[in-house]
Design a binder for this molecule. Sequence first.
Ligand code: CP
Length: 309
Amino acid sequence: SKDLLGLRDISAEEIQYILDTAKTMKYIVTSNNKKTAHLQGKSIITLFYENSTRTRLSFELASKYMGASAANISASSSSVSKGETLLDTGKTIDMMGSDIIIMRHPMSGAPHLLAKNVRSSVINAGDGMNEHPTQALLDMFTILDKKGTIKGLKVSIVGDILHSRVARSNIWGLTKLGAEVSVSGPATLIPRDIEMLGVKVYSTVQEAILDADVVIGLRIQLERQKKGLFPTIREYSRFFGIDDKRLKLAREDAVVLHPGPVNRGVELSSSVIDGEQSYINEQVTNGVAVRMALLYLLTRRGSNNEIVD
Ligand code: CP
């Protein structure tokens, strides 16, 4: 389609196609010559209403590695701070000839609204508590790279599930590719309807991690919590933090992922973050490859939205 707004909306085959394309792109990211002409003549804009290090920079580098013209605009330094609406800002960018607008916004559904009103393709770089599809794609790419398959794997997501767009996108994507997904966290941070998405819910981290092939730690999103919400950081770390002892409950060859930024010593201990089972750094590299693949695929749409070779 024209846009990538969430993994809820795309098929297992489309996800697999993106991951296969990213495999080729990873050779470019890890080579000494990160210059291709795949996006020559294309214009890519990142429009971020929330802070970001990884997502924004990896999209910018992905664009530049493939020869596109890339520019960033953030809400705080743009006319958004003067009261301009999202649609007016989007249309302004569109009229400058952009091909893809990559947007992060605190409101769920904001990229969907933008996509309906601009000619450019829109990529959702995180909308409120809804989805963060490119993060889940890079997580799936990393799992596939380490495990060779996703089908049948036991994936345990631990942390602030309620506020996590990463958890939602991973649940959509991983279950479509046949993983058995479970979530765990304090009761106040587990959405009531989460079992309807086909995941198991565990009330203790020990049960959740037991025999897991993949453990994904999530950040406690203090910025999205109402004041005084239980648990405190110290309580969270005590009951749900993953250290070496708890990680031993997972399979011996389990891999540990985290979307970042990590609160060291809260959701994961430093020894787990920096340990042999952690692929958190590799996730960052894979994020560039996956985003290169998406930019490439979205700019190769024909008039009927099919991919043009
Ligand atoms: N994982 C992630 O989205 O990180 P940033 O907020 O740094 O982009």
